[in-house]
Design a protein around this ligand. Structure first.
Ligand code: GLN
Length: 254
């Protein structure tokens, strides 16, 4: 677990140093543009950050924040719902301006996209059947672990848990269903969706404090500093005038 986090932190540090130390990089940082219509990629399977609401629309905290950011920047916002594991590739091929998907900043991802300031801290929780045996990370060794494909939960189960048998699902909810029907021993998934899934399903419980914190941020195309800065400024404004907290209360409820 430590290795995992250290790698992530080293990435952030390296990026900061690059920015501070290298004139060329700073020049490039003026680059990019703010599109008239910001195309935002998400995976609406991650409540409360993104989900499909009763009207069939993509809704959630990230969407509400991005719509407000769009207003403040003066751009329309179009939401594209796709598989989580396709988001970064889609941005690399120029099809997305922003990823808003409860996405954790990692070193690997920072090689492919740029991240805005972080807007939320989360961690990986374990979901197990009620009165389960898991109390510490080592208890997960050798188990069948259900995850959402391409997420940090997937990475953790794959790289950090010894002898794990990882079952990858396109939707977090399908991982939870697999646990319920006995196809896997546990689910590893982000804290807020984990809490939502527990509320919606009987007979499950959470193990909360096994892993380190993760930081969520919005992703933009590499070197689109104009858009990144504009989003950061809008986020700062929203924090200052209370809009951000209002949306946290509305969607996340703390
Ligand atoms: N925070 C996790 C990640 O970035 C999961 C995000 C998600 O499933 N939408 O990998």
């Amino acid at each position: 677990m430590r290795k995992f986090l250290t790698a992530a932190l080293t990435g952030v540090l390296a990026a900061t140093m690059l920015f501070a130390g290298c004139g060329k990089k700073e020049e490039a940082s003026d680059g990019g543009k703010i599109p008239e219509k910001i195309v935002v990629g998400t995976n609406a399977e991650f409540p409360p950050f993104e989900f499909v609401n009763d009207d069939g629309d993509v809704d959630g905290f990230d969407m509400a924040v991005m719509k407000e950011v769009g207003k403040r920047i003066g751009s329309d916002v179009e939401i594209k719902n796709m598989e989580f594991k396709s988001l970064i590739g889609s941005m690399e091929s120029g099809n997305l301006d922003v990823i808003a998907a409860g996405m954790t900043v990692t070193e690997e991802r920072e090689r492919k996209v740029d991240f805005t300031d972080s807007y939320y801290t989360a961690k990986q929780y374990v979901i197990q059947k009620e009165n389960g045996d898991i109390k510490k990370a080592e208890d997960l060794e050798g188990l069948t672990i259900a995850v959402q494909e391409g997420t940090t939960g997937d990475l953790l189960a794959t790289d950090e848990i010894k002898d794990s048998n990882v079952k990858r699902f396109k939707k977090g909810v399908d991982a939870v269903m697999d646990l319920k029907k006995g196809g896997s021993d546990v689910v590893i998934i982000d804290s807020n969706p984990a809490q939502e899934f527990i509320k919606a399903n009987e007979g499950l419980e959470l193990v909360k404090d096994l892993f380190e914190d993760e930081k969520y941020a919005f992703a933009v195309q590499k070197d689109n500093a104009k858009l990144k800065d504009a989003i950061n400024d809008a986020l700062d404004e929203m924090k200052d005038d209370g809009t951000f907290d209002k949306l946290v209360k509305e969607y996340i409820g703390q």
